[in-house]
Design a protein around this ligand. Structure first.
Ligand SMILES: C[S@@+](CC[C@H](N)C(=O)[O-])C[C@H]1O[C@@H](n2cnc3c(N)ncnc32)[C@H](O)[C@@H]1O
Length: 380
């Protein structure tokens, strides 16, 4: 997290000093995964609301942030294996790893598998991401909240399986195992599938829609909160709908029953393939997925839609995307965001031609400073 943002959040926590409690996790304070365990959950929501209003106050005044399960919610955790340790980066120090005995943010099945596999993983050669040498970079755990299916992917730096016994033990604990290759200098916990050891995907279900999720496809990290947000998006869409940054098609497929048709745009080919499988498996026939950069797609087809839904990465919208959406002038824009700062920057452009008629905030990541938003903009 950027130092400035962290400082602003910590300044807000100062106003709730008297509410501090003992954090439940023994690693709290050191581990970079959590920031708020020493506040009761209702206070965490107030801290997030205050921060949000600081960032977006000129656009919308949030009365509250909708809460979630405070612990055991995460669908995904990337545990780094380096320097003879397995865990998370130290708070405020990316160069250090905190050796975790447990993690309270992940779901119970993931936590138990992590605790079981950690000693075995540590018997293997980790990866020194400062010197760029070694082998095992990460163990990535992904679990469907509603299906319970667990995927564990070792991410390695050399195109060779040197961890046969560990992989066999992993396969006993998980429904899906793939070895991923990440052999560049960048610290990536994903990469091409080097070896599919056991069924290369898991499922998640939201209402009656079943999603297949592969090792390199994005899926929201908190399924119950994603479900609430998708329901809200579905309540606000109509007509011919464009879903920008569609990932494995979760929003497109979820809202399909409420609209005339949906076109999902996603740049990662694997995600588009998953999205197409998901569409077929769910017998949905008014959705199409296109593998393209949103900038290019909008230039060609932007004007063909009544509603534009989007859920961009944390960096928000590229200025060209904002410009092209404004040129396309859909009746309605439904903007889901995981970053209040970029949401506010983009929304300030939208409100020159649109009215922000509704906004909501959700706590997708309890114990952390992150907060998610939905804004509904109608053309003036
Ligand atoms: C926050 S995820 C949203 C996924 C999906 N909407 C969901 O709810 O699961 C952002 C997605 O945008 C995709 N993406 C990033 N830049 C893109 C671009 N320029 N054009 C198309 N897709 C892009 C990423 O690959 C990722 O799947």
């Amino acid at each position: 997290m950027k130092k400035k943002k962290l400082k602003q959040i910590l300044d807000i926590t100062d106003t709730y000093q008297d509410s501090r409690i003992d954090p439940p996790c023994p690693h709290f304070g050191q581990c970079g995964g959590c920031l708020f365990q020493d506040f009761p959950y209702d206070i965490q929501l107030k801290i997030k609301r205050d921060y949000l209003n600081k960032k977006t106050g000129d656009l919308w005044n949030f009365q509250d942030v909708e809460g979630a399960e405070p612990f055991g919610y995460r669908n995904r955790m990337d545990f780094v294996t380096a320097f003879g340790k397995m865990g998370m980066r130290q708070r405020g120090n990316y160069r250090r790893v905190v050796d975790l005995s447990t993690c309270l943010l992940v779901q119970e099945k993931t936590r138990k598998a992590f605790e079981l596999l950690r000693p075995l993983a540590l018997e293997n050669e980790g990866y020194d991401y400062l010197q760029h040498s070694g082998y095992l970079r990460y163990l990535v755990f992904r679990q469907g909240y509603y299906t319970g299916e667990l995927m564990i992917n070792p991410v390695v730096a050399v195109n060779e399986n040197k961890i046969g016994p560990l992989v066999s033990r992993i396969a006993e604990s998980a429904e899906s195992v793939s070895m991923l290759l990440s052999d560049g200098l960048a610290d990536l916990s994903f990469g091409p599938v080097m070896e599919e050891v056991k069924r290369g995907y898991i499922h998640e279900t939201l209402e009656d829609i079943r999603f297949r999720i592969g090792p390199n496809s994005f899926f929201q990290s908190n399924s119950p909160v994603a479900l609430r947000m998708y329901q809200s998006i579905r309540d606000n869409v109509k007509g011919r709908t464009l879903d920008l940054y569609s990932g494995v098609g979760s929003i497109s497929l979820f809202i399909a029953s409420a609209v005339e048709n949906v076109t999902g745009i996603e740049v990662v080919e694997d995600a588009v393939l998953d999205a197409k499988v998901n569409m077929k498996e769910n017998n949905i026939d008014n959705v199409q997925f296109v593998c393209a950069d949103v900038v290019d797609y909008l230039a060609e087809h932007g004007e063909e839609f009544d509603t534009v839904v989007m859920d961009p990465p944390r960096a928000g919208l590229h200025p060209k995307v904002v410009k092209r959406i404004m040129q396309a002038a859909p009746e309605r824009i439904v903007y889901m965001s995981c970053n209040p700062i970029t949401f506010a920057e983009d929304a300030r452009h939208f409100v020159e031609h649109y009215t922000l008629d509704h906004a909501e905030a959700y706590d997708m990541f309890p114990q952390t400073p992150h907060v998610e938003l939905i804004g509904v903009f109608n053309r003036k």
